[in-house]
Design a binder for this molecule. Structure first.
Ligand code: NAD
Ligand code: TYD
Length: 352
């Protein structure tokens, strides 16, 4: 990416799980970049996550739906946006099965709107970098062995992964056809602070600490490759600022674990920390997710070789930090489920 003294970067989905962690990382680290957080605050967006940076000189929040092209255009013009780090998406596989329409709208049409704005800038010979933040789920399911590499075929199996795959293809096409400066990252399952408690880890932590059933889908032998969110954010920072144009990078930390084993580890850790239990008794095998991918695993060799990225957290460290964070932020967890987010927005931004 060509170096400019000050970049004006739209971070879409900045109020979500990864977006919040990313902005909390980037804003203090790059005082000469302006970060414009574009988020429409769905159930998954929470501005309270960003209190530590909300008054920073190089941070602005704009409540905009990426499906609204005109609102996006006005915002891009107003802030002189010259790059996008695109995270805004509907992100939960189970929701995509019961209601795929929003996934097509936000993940495909929303990405298209952003690309169109990027194309206008590029065709006016303005520097513009577009970073598509995507998932390993676009590659579908692995068998018992092997890894996803940058060469793996796209074979998405859920409406969520299909919508992300479509968006990745549009990004690729805008690079090949229009010469837009793009980078794409495909990352494995993240865990850490601020993850909405519909996803495996925070859901299980909440249920296990409140004595509720721990619903494990199918036989629980599905494998996910877990990465601590801070490690993902460092990889995103590196790819955005230093990645090669037109390239894609797979991000993962070689942390494959079966769901059932993860839930058992979690139960044992909570028993250690809080006493009581055994919480494993709360585990219940429930009906499987339709089209459930069996195994994901990333080969992160390329990003390591090209950009020198390696994760800093072991799984044991990351898991301890994550569990402790949720134990210390019980009100955050409950707020997610009670609509507390909305009240925070009204209080802090409603009159602006
Ligand atoms: P999330 O659901 O926690 O957050 C998504 C954010 O996007 C929310 O703040 C939401 O309000 C916003 N948003 C959704 N639709 C929008 C729209 N139409 N306009 C504006 N804002 C909108 O998701 P996450 O887990 O933080 O994931 C962020 C990105 O990273 C997604 O693109 C996802 O596909 C990708 N990703 C996630 C993981 C993971 O394990 N969570 C792994 C790899 C890639
Ligand atoms: P999830 O956090 O939804 O992420 P993804 O589907 O994007 O990988 O789920 C992680 C794994 O945990 C997945 O194999 C589904 C499984 N799972 C359960 O067994 N029970 C649950 O309640 C949830 C939410 C997920």
């Amino acid at each position: 990416m060509p170096k400019t003294t000050k970049r004006h970067i739209a971070v879409t989905g900045g109020a979500g799980f990864i977006g919040s962690n990313l902005l909390l990382h980037l804003v203090p680290n790059h005082p000469d970049s302006l970060y414009v957080n574009i988020d429409c605050l769905t159930y998954a967006g929470n501005l309270a996550n960003l209190q530590a940076i909300e008054n920073a000189d190089n941070y602005v929040f704009e409540k905009i739906d990426i499906c609204d092209y005109n609102a996006l255009k006005e915002c891009f013009d107003h802030h002189g946006i010259d790059s996008v780090i695109h995270l805004a998406a509907e992100s939960h596989v189970d929701r995509s099965i019961t209601g795929p329409a929003e996934f097509v709208a936000s993940n495909i049409n929303g990405t298209f709107n952003l690309l169109e704005l990027a194309r206008v800038a590029h065709e006016q010979s303005r520097e513009f970098r577009f970073h598509q933040v995507s998932t390993d789920e676009v590659f579908g399911s692995l068998g018992a062995t092997g890894y996803f590499t940058e060469e793996s075929r796209y074979r998405p199996n859920s409406p969520y992964s299909a919508s992300k795959a479509a968006a990745d293809h549009l990004v690729r096409a805008y690079h090949k056809t229009y010469g837009l400066d793009t980078v794409t990252t495909n990352c494995s399952n993240n865990y850490g602070p601020y993850q909405f408690p519909e996803k495996l880890l925070p859901l299980m932590i909440r249920n296990a600490t409140t004595g509720k059933q721990l619903p494990v889908y199918g036989d629980g032998r599905q494998v996910r490759d877990w990465l601590y969110v801070e490690d993902h954010c460092e990889a995103l920072e590196l790819v955005f600022y230093e990645g090669e144009t037109g390239e894609t990078y797979n991000i993962g930390g070689h942390n494959e674990i079966e769901n059932i084993e993860l839930v058992r580890m979690l139960c044992r850790t909570l028993d250690d920390l809080l006493g009581g239990g055994p919480r494993e008794n709360l585990i219940e095998f429930v009906k499987d997710r339709p089209g459930h991918d069996r195994r994901y695993a990333i080969d992160p060799g390329y990003i390591k070789k090209k950009l020198g990225w390696v994760p800093r957290y072991t799984f044991e460290q990351g898991l301890r930090l994550t569990i402790q964070w949720y134990l210390d932020h019980e009100e955050w967890l409950e707020g997610c489920l009670s609509g507390e987010y909305r009240r925070y927005y009204e209080m802090n931004y409603g009159k602006r």
